[in-house]
Design a protein around this ligand. Structure first.
Ligand SMILES: *[C@@H]1O[C@H](CO)[C@@H](O)[C@H](O)[C@H]1NC(C)=O
Length: 353
């Protein structure tokens, strides 16, 4: 009887491990082959060499780029270099990035910018929210952009126990936002374990100085987040779930699920076209890049979703690269007929659409 029980246990554990391995392989690798699909006029942006993880373009064509992300397990081509926010004027014929100067008093040496979001307030004041990871922690930095001298005035650092592992944010006002937490744990080993166990524990949190609350949960790795032009819907990318979640946003700031669009790629950031409401997704096809292999660098992929709220949203694969041009694209932002593709730790590509 003892032997039988032991055998049964071995069987159950074996089955569990087998199931885990299959589901993990599905989560970390996508099944499709990465077949390049190019756009007609693309060039690499000079001056962006160490990442362009997130890009936000103002309606007037000024683009903010967060560069130099260091994150546990991620490749960096300049591990000793601090992060920076770059500005590009997309109205120029040959836009070049310039680093935005940050006001005194801000700890620049440990600046490690990740997701960014802008909000245009009264009198056209531009607020820039930046997810920051100083010393591998998570904070949200609020800046005011001063166009006259290409600088950022640091207004405040936001920390909260519910903002434990922030990946991206979408600003709702000059002092409130939704943020995705990509992990439940903050310790590197526990983060790894959490991902290996494949637990859907990451979430979306609403923050304002008056109230902080969890508004959505059950993601494997909540990543990009953005809002519809009407302000009625919130979109969340689950990087390891390979999907986009659509939520309705209520007056009390709670979110209710509307639908989920499934993909076969790792979706990072979501950019919403302010005029058409289309979603632009920066994605990483194929296997995951946590173990960087220069012989087989991670690829890049861009999707566009039109009519997301209709019965039949139109999903178009716009750009694909196998890592020979740009590696690990994380964002695709549009302005007029240009597409600006950013990457987690590599370069940036500027294309005609
Ligand atoms: C928020 O508003 C929605 C929609 O009106 C409602 O269903 C929900 O119960 C409200 N939540 C709270 C916490 O009041």
């Amino acid at each position: 009887m003892g032997k039988l029980l032991a055998l049964a246990l071995v069987g159950i554990v074996g089955a569990l491990i087998g199931e885990r391995t299959v589901s993990l392989r599905n989560r970390f690798c996508t099944s499709r082959e990465v077949i390049p699909k190019r756009l007609p006029n693309c060039h690499l942006v000079k001056g962006i060499e160490f990442g362009s993880e997130d890009i936000e373009i103002l309606p007037n064509g000024l683009a903010f780029v967060s560069s130099g992300l260091k994150y546990p397990g991620l490749k960096s081509f300049a591990p000793g270099k601090r992060g920076e926010i770059l500005l590009m004027d997309l109205n120029e014929k040959n836009p070049r990035p310039t680093e935005l100067r940050i006001s005194r008093g801000f700890d620049l040496a440990s600046f490690n910018p990740h997701g960014i979001s802008t909000f245009i307030g009264e009198d056209d004041v531009v607020y820039l929210f930046v997810v920051n990871h100083p010393q591998s922690k998570s904070t949200v930095e609020l800046f005011q952009f001063v166009e006259e001298d290409n600088s950022l005035v640091h207004l405040k650092t936001i920390r909260h126990e519910l903002l434990q592992s922030v990946n991206n944010i979408v600003a709702l006002s000059p002092d409130s936002f939704y943020a995705t937490n990509d992990h439940y744990f903050t310790h590197f080993f526990m983060m790894l374990l959490e991902m290996l166990l494949g637990l859907p524990w990451s979430n979306v949190v609403y923050y304002s100085p008056k109230e902080v609350k969890e508004v959505a949960k059950g993601f494997y790795f909540a990543n990009g987040i953005n809002i519809s032009p009407s302000g009625q819907y919130i979109y969340v990318a689950d990087f390891l779930g390979h999907n986009i979640h659509v939520f309705e946003k209520h007056a009390n700031l709670s979110l209710t699920p509307v639908k989920v669009l499934q993909f076969d790629t790792h979706i990072d950031n979501i950019v919403v076209d302010p005029y058409t409401g289309d979603l632009w997704l920066g994605c990483i096809p194929g296997g995951l890049f946590f173990f960087y292999d220069p012989e087989k660098p991670p690829g890049s992929e861009v999707f566009r979703i039109q009519d997301i709220h209709s019965e039949k949203p139109i999903v178009t694969q716009v750009y694909v690269d196998d890592g020979s041009v740009i590696q690990a694209s994380s964002v695709a932002a549009v302005h007029t007929n240009k597409l600006f593709i950013g990457t987690i730790f590599h370069r940036a590509l500027f294309c005609d659409l």
